[in-house]
Design a protein around this ligand. Structure first.
Ligand SMILES: *Cc1c(COP(=O)(O)O)cnc(C)c1O
Length: 399
């Protein structure tokens, strides 16, 4: 029998990243800015690299994706009390960023393919008057971003993209994070680049970039950033933007840069595991997987499936049986938040009853994290566990 892999295993830190990080530690120069000049510029280098990677003019290194999301909302003009649209399938840091900005979340339905429901977006935008959409590409599922851009334009809604799960993913040949006014990425250990904590905001917009740089805590040293709007733009915003101390440090950038070289190989590795397990589940009775259109090039570091026939008690028993068999499965239908998983019922200010269809979809939605480097035999062993537990009716259905 094949031993099951540790599904929580984070992406490895490459040796050249460790070498650079050690040199930085020995130098003690861990802050991104230097008052007397001569900046080391590792964060600046990452920003230039990231802007190229996402096809945008500006990238701003910050301390987390949650900070990037908050700065994007703030720079887009969201102020306390404002309504902000958000898809109902995401993770705590997204409603958390709205909460940080004092915004009132307006939840938008998702489809069975786990992407935002554009009909409901139109209805909720018109009913609420909200002018900003915080779109989470949750678990790497991209909606039709061309159609969404057109709809947002029609509605007068500004799009901000949460790309925590879509570094290395493309829609119609264009990188995720290249569609909204701003895109926000995460380097938290569970994401595509692992530095423990870290985030990047990307944008083409001079004013958004200027505000994000100044708010992130650049003091008067913003010329040392990797990508900086023209001096006149910076001067216009300088007196208005408080320092929120959300900078990225040099160590984080040193760990991230070599991982960007590995991104394409990592994406191929994740997608191979994902596609192998998904193909097995797709043929098994009772399993429903989201459709992935050919326009979408995903970077799937996790796998989602539903068991639509299962009531809550059976779902609970199923997840328990899979875990007992050694596979750490998560479930979005949980009644109390657990680990990293939560749903609209658990988010501050969110009104879960606004999204009954998202609730019904998440009630039978399971989530499997995929570590890098899984063998085909390991993928097959995981698929066997997931399928066998469903056949057995999820174990003790009386729970
Ligand atoms: C992890 C995550 C974030 C936030 O990332 P941090 O860098 O931890 O702040 C945002 N959105 C989603 C969907 C995430 O999974």
């Amino acid at each position: 029998m094949t031993a099951l892999p540790d599904l929580g295993r984070p992406p490895e830190i490459p040796t050249n990243a460790v070498t650079t990080a050690l040199a930085l530690l020995e130098s003690g120069r861990l802050h991104r800015y230097r008052e007397a000049g001569g900046a080391g510029g590792t964060v600046a280098e990452l920003e230039r690299r990231f802007a190229r990677l996402t096809g945008r003019r500006y990238a701003v290194g910050v301390n987390s994706c949650g900070s990037a999301l908050y700065l994007a909302l703030r720079a887009a003009g969201v102020r306390p009390g404002d309504a902000v649209l958000m898809n109902a399938f995401t993770l705590g840091p997204v409603p958390g960023a709205l909460d940080h900005a004092g915004a009132r979340p307006v939840l938008v339905e998702i489809t069975e393919n786990l992407v935002i429901d554009m009909g409901d977006l139109r209805a909720k935008a018109q009913a609420s008057g909200a002018r900003v959409l915080m779109l989470s590409h949750m678990r790497g599922h991209l909606c039709d971003l061309g159609a969404l851009q057109a709809l947002c334009c029609d509605l007068g809604v500004t799009l901000i993209e949460d790309c925590a799960h879509t570094l290395g993913a493309f829609w119609d040949g264009r990188p995720a994070g290249g569609f909204g006014l701003a895109g926000c990425f995460s380097f938290q250990s569970g994401k595509h680049v692992n530095t423990g904590e870290g985030g990047v905001l990307v944008t083409d917009d001079d004013d958004i970039a200027a505000q994000a740089i100044l708010h992130s805590g650049s003091y008067m040293l913003f010329a040392q950033n990797g990508t900086v709007p023209p001096p006149g733009v910076m001067a216009r915003w300088q007196a208005q933007c408080g320092n929120y101390s959300m900078r990225m440090g040099e160590l984080v950038a040193a760990l991230a840069l070599p991982q960007l070289d590995l991104l394409a190989a990592r994406v191929a590795d994740w997608n191979a595991s994902h596609d192998r397990i998904a193909a097995r589940l797709g043929q098994a009775e009772g399993f429903v997987l989201p459709n992935r259109p050919a326009t979408e090039a995903y970077a799937q570091s996790s796998l989602q499936f539903r068991l639509p026939g299962f009531p809550a008690h059976r779902m609970r028993a199923y997840v328990g049986a899979v875990r007992d068999a050694g596979v750490w499965l998560k479930w979005f239908g949980i009644s109390a938040p657990e680990g990293y998983s939560s749903n609209p019922a658990h988010w501050p200010g969110a009104v879960a009853s606004e999204v009954p269809r998202a609730h019904a979809i998440q009630a039978t939605l399971c989530d499997l994290r995929l570590p890098l480097g899984m063998t085909q035999a390991e993928c097959d062993a995981i698929a066997d566990v997931l399928i066998a537990a469903a056949r057995e009716g999820g174990g003790h259905a009386s729970a």
